[in-house]
Design a binder for this molecule. Sequence first.
Ligand code: NAD
Length: 479
Amino acid sequence: MNIKNYINGNFHNPIQDNWLDNYNPSNGKIYGQIPDSTKEDVENAYISAKSAFPSWSQTTLDERSRILIKISELLEANLQRFAEAESKDNGKPVSLAKQIDIPRAASNFRFFGNAITQFASESHESIGQQAINYTLRQPIGVVGCISPWNLPLYLFTWKIAPALAAGNCVVAKPSEVTPMTAYLLGEICNEAGLPKGVLNIVYGLGGSTGQAIIEHPDIKAISFTGGTATGAHIAKVAAPMFKKLSLELGGKNPNIIFADCDYDDMLATTVRSSFANQGQICLCGSRIFVEHSIYEKFKTDFVNKVKALKVGHPSEKDTNIGALVSKPHLEKVKEYIQIAKDENGTVLCGGNEVTITDYENGYYLEPTVIEVQSDECRVNQEEIFGPVVTIMPFTNEDQVLQMANKVKYGLSATLWTNDLKRTMRMSNQLQAGIVWVNTWMLRDLRTPFGGVKASGVGREGGFEALRFFTEAKNVCIKY
Ligand code: NAD
């Protein structure tokens, strides 16, 4: 199936007629092509967005809200089709896409469709000066949204929905590795009555299509989720043009387990926070630190549970771990397992590729647990972004806090304890944008989402996202 650029409500071949292959990770086969879009395609998308802006930015909040909620309903009505497409493109189990990716994409549209009706700005009376100030929150114009491959539709819509709700028109690019559900979204937007040109989706490589978006002089804001190195590059390009930037980048999140936690809940959740989506979630707790007194017990129980996870074809109902997203990514993850061994890490389980009958060329890897000797080894410091976690013991709070914070990243942290004072102390001191206590990935879309240090700049979610996608203008009236 060939994917086409979605520009001005229509589907177009790329101007240069160059195409890229699209792979199915579950069998390693090419199953379609996507546009290898150039600067000219991006320019057309921009022109379409620019033309749609005057009308869309003046559309009533009621009307914007109605259309976004309609998109949400149509996504829900097409759940099975979208889940299968996401799984085929990404390798994730269909069951996961059905339970998480697609429902959350639908929630993004519903949430921001509602949120915009509640978004208010401030007014300040300058007492004694006979003046009143009020703040306008105006849409920026044409904005760029660029997303990664791990949660394709979920993260794509997490940007697009608030951008549109706030009255902007969008030029968006999904990852070239997982373009399919973005393509299907175009059809849904038409069906929902989103006016032509309000959302434009171009496909292609980061270095060319993505680059054309970030360096476009009139695309004034970029919302990006992806790797830290790409984020640094985007910041460099965008800074001299004074673009507004929201960067959601890599992570190497600590999962800190104290002996006083609810053990069974912790164990079940830790399996999930380690290996959900083949460990390819920026929020996965890939560094597990366990209090010394329960370390040996945890090690045995955790490894047993991980060994019981079924690696299988994504469409099979009992599959826990599907395929990794691509061949190069599989190779990268395998390299890290070798690095761990070279650094005297002990592979407690996993570490090998898995061959699945009839799908021998798929990118399957066993979930892997590595016991490390030092928190400073490479596998404990660098983002692997696959089904690989490290474990090591700690003796006290100060020590584990220091180890948890001693990485360049700061996206999320998970803490397992029933000690309230410790919870408060540690939550204050963990260098992360998000701290989960006795849970993982429990999301309320009103809360700020994002990281510190090399995990990014800015926050998404709730009114934070609507603030990002608007410019504040103060009006001061003397009376
Ligand atoms: P990536 O940085 O390679 O690509 C992300 C997107 O950026 C893709 O659409 C890509 O085509 C585009 N891109 C690449 N180079 C570009 C350029 N020069 N200009 C413009 N766009 C460009 O990341 P990835 O491999 O797709 O995703 C994995 C990474 O994403 C991991 O590091 C992961 O931690 C991170 N991630 C972060 C979050 C978060 O919320 N912080 C969420 C999910 C994934």
